[in-house]
Each structure stands twice: as structure tokens, then as C-alpha cells.
Design a protein around this ligand. Sequence first.
Ligand code: NCD
Length: 316
Amino acid sequence: MQNSTINKVSTKMSFSHRDFLGIEALNADEISFILDLAERYVVQNRRRPQTNSLLKGFVMINLFLENSTRTRLSFEMAAKRLGADVINMTTEGSSIKKGESFIDTLKTLNSLCPDIFVVRSKEEGAARASAEIMECPVINAGDGTNEHPTQAMLDALTLRRHFGRLDGLNIAICGDIIHGRVAHSNVLLLEKMGVHIKLVGPSELLPPNLENATTDMQEGLKDADAVMVLRIQEERLQKSLSFTSDEYFKSYGLTEEKLAWAKKDAVVLHPGPILRGAEIDATIADNPKRSLVTTQVEMGIAVRMACLDLLTRYKR
Ligand code: NCD
């Protein structure tokens, strides 16, 4: 692990975006700026006390209309580490269950005047629609198959800390690329940062006509510094797949044997939830020498603290 990037942080660069809706809107300098700021929060989070009062008196609404463990808790933890109050809302127990529309829900939440709004939805464009109604900054915590920008940022931070750089790395992203918002945000981010990406999976889970996509796992993993494994997004499939889960695991499930096709010390990332025996073998997922999964979760808090810090600067 290297930390040389920490000292290069400039707090002077202004971040001109009101919202954090996707990686698409960011350039490489802005991505580096957020990662550098997140490095500071990694340091803060490893010290005692972990909490500061930067956002004391601020209220964050965390609206999760899809299931989540890591992302929801990580946003909550990030806000609390900065001293903010958090209101969590899910479909369950809300008036959405009585038939209230998403837009009416947003209008109500806006009238509560939160300082920051985090939203996850199964609908693509839900974060953008939220930004049109909410008068405070909006962060996309995953909108359907579209984007999951804070996940891509935390993956990038994890990789940058491990390798000391992003530029020039070879990363294989394996699994359900077509339905995966994690894949989409990661491709956008990693390409902007000079990473060579290979997309690997069965043809029905790969976007068509991409030069860097392959259905051959061995070819896809060749020379990889890191392998990012993604779950099949069962909840987003339009039709049933032509292969069984056993067949999928045999061809694409990451095992010790397949990981040997990558570079000797290649590391493994997974955004979670991990389905051992479906897309990854337990021997890899649970091997601390190979798996960066728990580091990803730690980096998620720091990245989200950086986003909350940046987006609220106009008010402080
Ligand atoms: C991902 C998501 O929800 O898009 N998980 C996450 O946020 N950590 C990936 C997934 O559900 O497979």
C-alpha cells in the first residue's frame, strides 16, 4: 500500500458540480481530486476519534428504493462520521406502499429541506429526476442498470492504494456487464484514468460489438493486474438465461485455477453481495492475500465522506 498521493491533495480546486449523478460528467482531474480527498478520510477513519463536526446541523436523507447493505450503511456511516444527522427511508413503511408516486415523494422530501439527498432506485434516471426536484445536492447510490458512481470511486480508490496508480493497469471485469451499473460506472471511470479494461462474460451478458469484450475467460484474464467479479443481476433480467448456474460457474466462476490465468499477484474485487459458488469460489473470496473486498467496504466510507464534504462546501 502506498500513501504518497495524500500529500498532493489540493483543497483549492473547486468542484463545480452541484450533484453526483454519474461518472460520465466527471473528468480525470475531478476524479483524482475526489480520490485525493477520500485519502484524507481514510486517515481520519483509522484514528480516534473518527468523527468530526464538519456537517454538524446538516441533515442527509438516504432514500433506498432497492435493497442494499453496504451502500446504504456506508452513506449513513459517512454522514455520521462528518457529524450530520441521517434520515433513512425505504419503500417499506412509506407512502410509496400506498401508491404515492416517486415524483410526489420527492416533492414531499424536498419540502422537508434536507441538506443532501442520496437516492437508490431500480429506475434508470431516478437520480437525475431527483436532482430536478430537490433543491439540495443529490447523490446517485445506483439507478437501475445505469450508474453507481460512488461504487466506481471506491473501487478506484482501492485499486490506486494497492497499486500506487491507476494509469496503465490491466483490469478484467467479469460477469453480468450488460445489466451491471457497477460495470458501467467502472468502465467510464477506469477509461478516463488510463486503465486497460477487458470485459468478460457469456455473450448474453455482454454489450454487443465491443472490441475489448470476450466470452473467453482465459483470454480475458490474461495479464490482468486485478479481476473485478460481478454478480448476475437476476432482478434485472428480461428473459431467462440460456445456461444453468452450474454451467455459468464452470465457465466464468472465479476459482484458483482461473485466477492463475491473470498476473501472478493479481487481486480480486467484488462490490458485493458475493454469492459464493455462483460467480466466485469461497477460496478466492475469503483469501486475504487475493481479495480486496473488505478494503472496498472501508474505502466506500471515505469516498462517500469526500462526496458529502465536496457537495456541501457551498453552504459552509
Ligand atoms: C451492487 C449494486 O447494488 O449495484 N452492490 C453494491 O452496491 N455494493 C452490485 C450488485 O448488487 O450486484
